[in-house]
Design a protein around this ligand. Sequence first.
Ligand code: ADP
Ligand code: MG
Ligand code: ZN
Length: 627
Amino acid sequence: MLVLGMLLAVGLIFVLPYVGSGGSKVDYSFFRSQLESGDEGNIKSVVFFEGNNKISGEWKEPPDDPAEKPAEKPADDGKKAPKKLPARFVTYRPPVDDKDLIPLLQSRNVPYQTEPAAWGPGASLIVNMLIVLAVIGFVWFMLRRSADPLGPGGMAGSFIRSPAKRFAPSEQHNSFDDVAGMEQSKRELQEVVEFLKNPAKFQRLGAQIPKGVLLMGPPGTGKTLLARATAGEAGVPFFSINGSEFIQMFVGVGASRVRDMFRTAKDSAPCILFIDEIDAVGRVRGAGVGGGHDEREQTLNQILSEMDGFTQNEAVIVLAATNRPDVLDPALLRPGRFDRHVPIDRPTRTGRVGILKVHTRKVPLADNVNLETIATGTIGFSGADLRNLVNEAALNAAREGKTQVDADDFDAAKDRVLMGPKREEILNDKERAMTAYHEAGHALVAWLLPDLDPVHKVTIVPRGRALGVTQLLADEERHHIGEQRLHSNLVLAMGGRAAEKLVFDEYSAGAENDIQQATDIARRMVAHWGMSEAIGPLAFHQSEEHPFLGKEMHEMRQYSEQTAHVIDQEMQRFVNEASQRATEILAAHRDKLEQIAQALLEREMLDREEITAILGARAPAVAAKAS
Ligand code: ADP
Ligand code: MG
Ligand code: ZN
């Protein structure tokens, strides 16, 4: 785009001299002959151009076109008159001086004048300078344009430019007030705010301000929000870019984008430069081969060297966010780079109340809505989930034509957020029955294993991608996941297909997701968490997938064939034992299984109260031991 623009500008300048000097071009000899013809000559007026050989002028009487003459055929009977030239002409003097020309013009009373030099050789320096100036001006204009928030990218969506979006202080409406909870994280960032507000105060005392702050936490916990709020709070410009925007098919482009981005940021210091999802570029180097990886590494290297190039005087703070701090290149985390780490967790109950308050500011709530209760029932929800919950509730109320959002809307919204939207799907009786027993199996196992969270809802209404859902929901926050609980989770996952086998003596294809989940848990227990005696406390990581190319980054496997074999065996043992345990539990409580399944077939959905009514209060009768 930029290149095109330059061509345009240059082209315009070269075209200019020919504009406005209209007239047909004739030979000099023809011009001379017309000047000399007859007594008066056939030239009305002439203009010379200083510095070049051009002459333009006007005929008294437009002569016949000399080029037409040879083509004229006698057969035409002279019926068709020869073509006349236009009223004006242009010609060029030969390089040898025609000394007779001026006397001749005077003798024939032809007025002549000279146009001052515009594009002659004497002026070519100026012309060249003008071209250069025009190009520079044009480029400058384009760069300015794309820095303009009104036209992000603008016409200059050129790929060497960093696509970082700039937000002026005035357009940041976020402040720490919009971020509920996270008191600890806000306190950490308060220091950054103070520094950006008054860098001199810190610099005078030689205080070392962190250059890079890394926000890390699960998706949707408000990392991006917090970064924006920090800029808003400090009242400084905010440059935001996503890690994936650096990754391009063209080698070297990512690196030049980084250079450009840092340069822009330094020009508007004090400011915040925010690299969201930095793991897209910041993954461990040397983890793969191929163009994509080389490009990523160059980009990462450029980020590292730019951060090293910062001096303490430059009031630019680089914030970055990731939900995969484990895959980041250690070089990024070194002192002088992203050495300040702010962990962000899923909100606690108090945090959730705060977040619900923030997002219901503009929502008219009915009296029966109690945000405290909703917060209690949404353990494990992230800030984004909660915002989504409020929005779904409002949508639900709007669909039903209510003027206020009430508790029922929040219930419906919670189901939707937890289990996905309902699907209209017609199942035949066998499919419905199998789904009912499958879900009843999950639910019964969950009810009977005391270290699992209580069942919140069971449904055989197809939702999301599943035919049925058993949803557990914690009563209390858990930060520590023990070995027994993991084994219980394996049993829970196997509960569905164990019920199918028990009742129908065959498996359906509906357990794919359960099996996948169980396999993942088992692998981590064995290969990451040292929960297998045979393997011991050693970490054996699998190869990672490239975040965008979807290819495997071929990491050399760091362990032997033999170890791989033992890991596989242990995983199999864990899952098979869980499956067996599930079968035992369900067989021992076959009557309860039938009751839940029948209730599901009747009512399609059971909540916690209804399940309690069937099964009685949860008893810690069955010990959750799976070995
Ligand atoms: P992340 O970047 O961590 O994935 P975001 O910052 O994009 O998460 O959060 C998504 C949305 O969730 C935010 O725009 C905000 O509306 C909401 N949200 C998350 N955490 C909070 C919070 N602590 N207070 C208020 N809203 C929040
Ligand atoms: Mg984010
Ligand atoms: Zn299942």
